[in-house]
Every structure is written in C-alpha cells, then in structure tokens.
Design a protein around this ligand. Structure first.
Ligand code: SAM
Length: 169
C-alpha cells in the first residue's frame, strides 16, 4: 500500500499543482493522498470528484505533516533533489510493503529530511513534485501501474488512434 503526503499546500496558489499530485498518485497506483499546509476543501473535492467518476478506491485527507509521518506504520520516502539517486535505492525500497511517499511544496522544512527513512532524488536536477511522484511510482511498480483497473468507474476512455471518445458506464 502506497500513500502520498503532499507538504505545504497554499490556498489560492497551489490548487492546480496539489490537484495534480492527487491525480498522479491515484492514476499511478497509490491508494490515497494526505494534504498538509492550508486546508483547501475545494481542491480536495476536485480530486475526490475524479475518483467518483473514474472509479477505484482512493482516499483524500487533510492532516498535519508531523502527525501523518509519525503515525504512519511503514517506510517513509521523501522525494528531494538533495537525496540519493532513485536508481541506487529503488530495489531496496521496492521490498517494503507500506510506503508513505512525501513530496514537497515551495519550501520544505529541514526536519522532514530526518523524519524520512529515505531521501530520494529523481535526477539531480530541480523539477517538480508531480514529475518526481510519477517517476517514483513508475519505478516502484515497474510499469504494472499502467494496467491498473479502476472498478466502479462511471467514465472510461475508449483508446483511439486519433480523436477522443469517452464511454459512460
Ligand atoms: N525548494 C524546495 C525545498 O525547500 O526543497 C523544493 C521545491 S520543488 C519545486 C517541490 C518538490 O518537488 C520538492 O519538495 C520535491 O518533493 C520535488 N522535487 C523537485 N525536484 C526533485 C528531484 N530532482 N528529485 C526528487 N524530488 C524532486
């Protein structure tokens, strides 16, 4: 079971990027996301709405980062440009069953680096929490997430070579 913790959400500034962290977590095989920072019902509702329409089980919660990390019974993996390259650690991390993947926001408190069991970099270049999360989940699941099923979906894409088609179920 993989959960994601998105640190430091800011009302009015991070709605799109935090929503996308939730959508990527869900689509790429995590079972839920916890948001910390400013409480933002509208943003969280937009992630819940996607689950309602596109299926599967995915929890969306708000909590403080400290209690989330402290109470998580499993391995805490913080994604940061300052960490150890993912390719050196992913085989070890993949052996762990329950993982909390922590992604930052604009500013990440120094204590996170010490609360995490692993600090892992997805390249040594600064980029984005969304990209880091997507690559981490893909490396962790080794592509199996691409075949993930989403039971109870009301909407489903019909893959086409060209054009767009969505089926209502
Ligand atoms: N400057 C911030 C700080 O205090 O560290 C980080 C800002 S960055 C835009 C937001 C988040 O993207 C980071 O906290 C991290 O989770 C993720 N991120 C960015 N580049 C990364 C990389 N190369 N490897 C892993 N995660 C990365």
């Amino acid at each position: 079971m993989i959960k994601v913790l998105r640190l430091g959400h800011r009302l009015g500034r991070d709605a799109r990027i935090s929503t996308h962290c939730g959508l990527v977590a869900r689509a790429f095989g995590a079972s839920g996301i916890v948001y910390s920072g400013d409480r933002d019902k509208k943003m969280m509702d937009s992630v819940k709405k996607v689950t309602g329409e596109w299926g599967g089980k995915f929890s969306v919660k708000y909590s403080s980062f400290k209690s989330t990390i402290k109470n998580f019974k499993g391995t805490k993996v913080h994604l940061t440009v300052y960490g150890i390259p993912i390719q050196k650690k992913i085989n070890e991390v993949r052996k762990k069953r329950d993982i909390l993947v922590i992604v930052g926001g604009e500013k990440v408190s120094g204590e996170i680096y010490h609360m995490a069991d692993y600090n892992i970099a997805v390249t040594g270049q600064p980029h984005s929490e969304i990209a880091a999360l997507g690559v981490f989940l893909h490396e962790y699941f080794q592509g199996r997430e691409l075949e993930k099923r989403f039971p109870g979906a009301k909407l489903k894409v019909v893959p086409l070579d060209k054009g767009k088609k969505i089926k209502r179920i």
